[in-house]
Design a binder for this molecule. Structure first.
Ligand SMILES: Nc1ncnc2c1ncn2[C@@H]1O[C@H](COP(=O)(O)OP(=O)(O)OP(=O)(O)O)[C@@H](O)[C@H]1O
Ligand SMILES: [Mg+2]
Length: 369
């Protein structure tokens, strides 16, 4: 091997040609091939009903794939029952045992595995320390806040040192502030313990914050698997562009394609140059995607040099503390958003005519929506 070459970590989990139907007809997971590396934090992200939980349940062993095979550390797990898969799990509704104390709840996976008393005590103590709840060991779940209960569920999933931890919307029941705090705590635990985490959420900002890689699901199909920044900068289709981050859409028709770029005639008037990402050829319909922070607003009296200048009418401006948004009417899109410095808002009046401009490399020609 060449010096300095990085070998990718081997896959801990491999989904190979996985399909799942519940009713024998409709495939809720259509053809899943997915490698999850050892030590990785991977998130399954997608709208409601896209197959995320089903995928997790097949990995956990509570659902059986209709087709295909799942491998854990290179071994097919079809015939391995859930409790023998060495997988920890955390779900949205905590599912703590109400009649057991916190310490007893955390000890539960150890008792199932016949761990001796001394080791159980030691591990429960360490787990309580990890979630900073040593003093609450003798309480019952009903005497804890939502965030505390979620921490206990986390400790219970990790106490037996599983090689893999699955989390399905674990923070869904918490308020925004607590959710953001727990996101960082889970991320830190992942980093210090070196465990592999498969995390499910439909919240894109949660996925961006926590994940090494994100698999974007829609209709039982993984649309794209990539690092958070790559998903944001290089979405492969309109679904991913719209699901990750804010996005302006302009409908148009491809006039010409030359290498990586194309000329697009907008349905609402005007012609722009865009990166040809997911367009079939000249004459094809396309949806252009431009991020709000990649657009500049200039006066309509400045010189008309440069590509991608479109006349715009200011509809409104919105103050958001650390930034502001201008809402404009651009080529028929009446909700065209441009991100501004908070102060820049004062220079824009509703009804005013301006020009928006953006670089061809920041404008993606994707499949029509
Ligand atoms: N036990 C089941 N029996 C029949 N159909 C099911 C069952 N579980 C899920 N489904 C269907 O399978 C599809 C995928 O469901 P799944 O729970 O995997 O989605 P999800 O991505 O986790 O959605 P959400 O974000 O709402 O949790 C949905 O159409 C759902 O109705
Ligand atoms: Mg689900």
């Amino acid at each position: 091997m060449e010096a300095g070459m990085v070998t990718p970590a081997p896959a801990l989990v491999r989904f190979s040609g996985i399909q799942k139907t519940y009713d024998g007809e409709f495939l809720v997971v259509k053809n899943l091939d997915l490698d999850i590396r050892r030590g990785e934090f991977i998130t399954l992200l997608g709208p409601s009903g896209s197959g995320k939980t089903t995928t997790l349940m097949m990995l956990a062993g509570f659902e059986v794939p209709t087709h295909g095979e799942i491998y854990l550390a290179d071994r097919p797990i079809k015939n391995v029952p859930p409790h023998k898969r060495d997988i920890g799990m955390v779900f949205q509704n905590y599912a703590l045992f109400p009649h057991l104390t916190i310490a007893e709840n955390i000890a539960f996976p150890l008792s199932v595995r016949n761990t001796n008393k001394a080791e159980t005590q030691e591990r429960v103590k360490a787990a309580l320390r990890m979630i900073k709840m040593e003093t609450l060991a003798q309480r019952r779940p009903g005497q804890l806040s939502g965030g505390q209960q979620q921490r206990v569920a986390l400790a219970r999933a990790l106490v037996f040192n599983p090689q893999l931890v699955l989390m399905d919307e674990p923070l869904g029941a918490l308020d925004k502030r607590l959710r953001e705090q727990m996101q960082l705590e889970i991320k830190q635990l992942h980093e210090t313990m070196g465990i592999t985490v498969v995390y499910v959420t439909h919240d894109q900002s949660e996925a961006l914050t926590m994940s090494d890689r994100i698999a974007v699901f829609n209709d039982g199909i993984v649309q794209q698997i990539d690092r958070p920044d790559a998903l944001y900068e290089h979405p492969v289709n309109s679904f991913v562009a719209h699901f990750i981050g804010e996005n302006n859409v302009l409908a148009g028709t491809v006039e010409t394609i030359e290498k990586e770029y194309c000329r697009v005639a907008l349905a609402g008037g005007g012609v722009v140059t865009a990166r040809a990402i997911n367009v079939s050829g000249a004459g094809a319909s396309t949806s252009l995607s431009v991020r709000p922070e990649r657009i500049a607003i200039v006066s309509d009296r400045t010189s008309s040099e440069g590509p991608n200048r479109l006349p715009a009418k200011v509809q409104n401006t919105i103050y958001l503390g650390d930034h502001a948004l201008a809402v404009l009417d651009v080529a028929g899109n009446r909700e065209f958003m441009v991100k501004l410095q908070p102060g820049a808002r004062d220079n824009l009046r509703p009804g005013e005519s301006v020009v928006v401009t953006f670089r061809p490399e920041d404008c993606l020609a994707l499949d029509p929506v």
